[in-house]
Structure formats: C-alpha cells, structure tokens
Design a binder for this molecule. Structure first.
Ligand code: SAH
Length: 244
C-alpha cells in the first residue's frame, strides 16, 4: 500500500521512505537535519529513519562486528544483526532497493540519484571497519553504490550524500529559487556561472547581458556558458551516456 497524502498545494504526492542502517547514528543526524533535507522531512515529503544497528547486536555488549576469517586485520560487520534488522523492516513494507555503500559499488551520479528519487522505499546500509560480511552483499543487498574512488572510514557520509542528492529531487522539495533543472549534470552539462548584487564590486563587473532584462538573451548566454564550461572542464560529459 502506497504512503500518500494530499498536500496544501493540491497535488498528490508519494512520501519517499529512506531507512538508514548504521553503527554511528550520530554521524548522520546533522547532515540530515538542515537545509533542504530538513524542509523535506518537515513537510512530510521524505521520511528518513536512522536505525542504530547496535540495538540488534549480540549479547550484553551488543556486539555487531567480529574478526575476519582468514586472519586479516580489521573488524567485519556480522550478518545476524543486519539480517534481523532488515527482515524486521521488510515485514513492515516492501523495499524497492537495499543499497550498500561501498568503494567497489557503481559510481554515484546524478542519473542514479534521479532513478532512486522515483522509488518509494529504500534502505541504505552503511559499512564500517573492514566492511560487511560478504553474505550480506550477496543475499540481502540489491545495489552497491560508491561515492568516489577513495576509502572512507564508514558508509555514513556516503549515505548522507546519496540521501541529500535524492531528497532534493522529490516533487515539492525544491522551490523556484533552488530548482534542480538548472543544476549541473541534470542535462549532461555543467551549470552556468551565477552572480548577485552588487553588479559592480571594485570594478569586477557582472556580465552585462544578465542585467539586460531580456530573458531570451539571458537564456542563450547561459546555454553558451554551460556548453563552454563543460567543454573546458568536463568534456567527458558531452560523450557520456551516463553511468549507473
Ligand atoms: N575494506 C573496504 C573498505 C572499507 S571502508 C575496501 O577496501 O573496499 C568502511 C566502509 O566505509 C565500507 O564498508 C563502506 O560502507 C564505506 N565506504 C568507504 N569508502 C566508500 C566509498 N568510496 N563510497 C561508499 N562507501 C564507502
């Protein structure tokens, strides 16, 4: 059954639900409690629930990690707590995707953010230490996403990045001032430069066309700048069919 409600501004909207599984809930609280994501949550356009994996840990010490078989250095997140939490969540609603954040996942992109923003319920599992027991990846996870070719200490910052990029695309989250359509990557190009007052700061002037009041001319200038910046800075985008 779809979660839905009628908003004040008269359109029918599905609330996206994002469940994030972590051993460090505190790391996620701040990035998901400000600005656009905060507004989306307050306006019930996105429901974001952070789960402390430790609550599902084993024994008195709520153990969630153990030494890796084979004797390599570093702890590995155990399968049982993750399995129990995921199964409990799955009983409550169907999930379109169970994402694991991982350096060897598919590279995160605007295209992937657009795709995820059309889903209804997703989980994001944050790894820690050496990673998670491989059987979690094989049997429970449906998508593995990397935010770049470097290694973080845990998946929390990656989960925050994915959540932020997705939530701002949900219908009703962005206002005209923050519209996603003019952002970089949305049409395979970088965004044009932007300026604000004053029009002249110590002789550093805003391009005259932006002050002309002629929307067609302004649009043409912006498109030209988008193209030249993309050619100069990210020529790969012009040939790219997108990843993910
Ligand atoms: N041993 C792993 C790295 C573990 S880092 C390896 O070499 O591939 C600990 C956790 O941080 C990972 O389980 C993952 O959830 C997260 N992480 C680290 N780098 C990441 C990246 N580039 N993108 C997404 N998640 C990342």
């Amino acid at each position: 059954m779809k979660n839905s409600n009628i908003l004040n501004n008269d359109y029918f909207c599905i609330i996206m639900r994002i469940d994030i599984i972590t051993v460090l809930p505190a790391l996620l609280e701040s990035p998901l409690s400000h600005s656009i994501v905060k507004r989306a949550r307050e306006r019930s356009l996105a429901e974001i629930v952070i789960h402390d994996l430790r609550r599902y840990g084993k024994g008195k010490y709520r153990q969630v990690d153990d030494y890796s078989f084979g004797g390599d250095a570093g702890m590995v997140l155990m399968i049982e707590p993750v399995y129990r939490l995921i199964e409990e969540l799955k009983k409550e609603r169907p999930y379109n995707e169970i994402i694991y954040t991982s350096p060897d996942g598919i590279p995160f992109s605007q295209k992937e953010a657009n795709r995820i923003s059309c889903l209804e319920n997703i989980m994001i599992l944050c790894g820690h230490y050496k990673g998670v027991d491989q059987r979690i990846r094989e049997h429970l996870v449906t998508r593995e996403i990397s935010i770049g070719d470097y290694v973080l200490s845990g998946g929390e910052l990656a989960a925050a990045i994915i959540t932020d990029a997705v939530v701002r695309l949900l219908p009703g989250v962005l206002t005209d001032e923050t519209s996603a359509l003019t952002d970089s990557f949305q049409d395979g190009m970088l965004a044009p430069p932007v300026y604000t007052r004053p029009a002249d700061f110590r002789g550093w002037k805003v391009p005259g066309v932006l002050l002309s009041g002629d929307p067609a001319k302004i649009r043409e200038w912006q498109e030209e700048k988008s193209l030249s910046r993309t050619k100069q800075l990210r020529p790969d985008l012009l040939h790219n069919t997108g990843n993910g």
